[in-house]
Design a protein around this ligand. Sequence first.
Ligand SMILES: Nc1nc2c(ncn2[C@@H]2O[C@H](COP(=O)(O)OP(=O)(O)OP(=O)(O)O)[C@@H](O)[C@H]2O)c(=O)[nH]1
Ligand SMILES: [Mg+2]
Ligand SMILES: [Zn+2]
Length: 311
Amino acid sequence: MITYQHGKVVKGLGGLYEIRIPDSEGARRILCRAKGNLKRDEEKLIIGDNVTVTLDDSTPDGVVISDIDKRKNSLIRPPIANLDYLFIVFAARKPAPVLETVDKLVAIAEHNGILPIIVITKSDLSVETALELAEIYKGVGLSTFVTSSEAGEGTEELSEYIMTNVRDGKTAAFAGASGVGKSTLMNALFPGLSLATAEISRKIERGRHTTRHVEIFDISDGEDTGFLADTPGFSLVDFERFDFLSLDDLLFAFRDLLPFSEGCRYADCAHVGESAEECAVARAVREGKVAESRLASYRSIYRVLKAKSDY
Ligand SMILES: Nc1nc2c(ncn2[C@@H]2O[C@H](COP(=O)(O)OP(=O)(O)OP(=O)(O)O)[C@@H](O)[C@H]2O)c(=O)[nH]1
Ligand SMILES: [Mg+2]
Ligand SMILES: [Zn+2]
């Protein structure tokens, strides 16, 4: 008799988790709870975890999540584990893009060994802005997509990228501020999903936190399916508050700035206030080799991390 099985946590509903268990027909889903120790902070289950489910008559569901596999990585925001790709989504307009937030997400992905991919939405509201933003991130060296779910632009290219790369059990997530159109875009890419979406607030031009929970979907039928998660959008305020890497690691999370740092006059150059004569990163910006916004984001994150390390 089989007493335990392996699966993936795809959704959480209060204390219940939905576990996807592969079987001969593809996969089935069961709902169950986690053992007591997997509810505590340090070992708490998160969506994306690969787990063991064990038969146990003494539990309310007859089965219980008994173990979590070692994680490849895990993020705090969005809260998800074992990602291979992070699609960083922001709108050309409504809400206005905040590149520092985008760059933080890129840095978080890089630091965790997750491949960041840039997705600009709502290009129908301003094609020019969308294309300018895309230039910045192509310059960083990241795959970049310009889309409009409304006009059906760019969705085919993105869909093709996802179907080619997010397969064989690989996991990806859409992340970004509330209201940028993550769920709308997932619906456009995978019409079967029917995810809830809602208009942004007209007054403050911000999203309304329509998606409340992380949920992972199979994106095709076969055994070689990949997984794609929709996640709750964050507000700018909650993005300010979380730590993600150390001062020493920061430059390594900026793949476009890193190569220039070797040319700085002083080995301990922090690339924050030094003149372009001394700092090769500042020089690269002046010469148009690196986007100004990228160095600005680096400097802003540096200052926050520095203040914390001095404290
Ligand atoms: N003009 C335009 N509007 C769009 C586009 N994509 C989405 N929207 C609108 O943007 C609003 C927010 O879309 P959602 O998909 O709910 O945004 P979200 O990123 O999932 O938001 P949260 O779930 O709160 O994180 C909706 O009114 C959508 O119709 C687009 O390509 N063009
Ligand atoms: Mg949503
Ligand atoms: Zn420098």
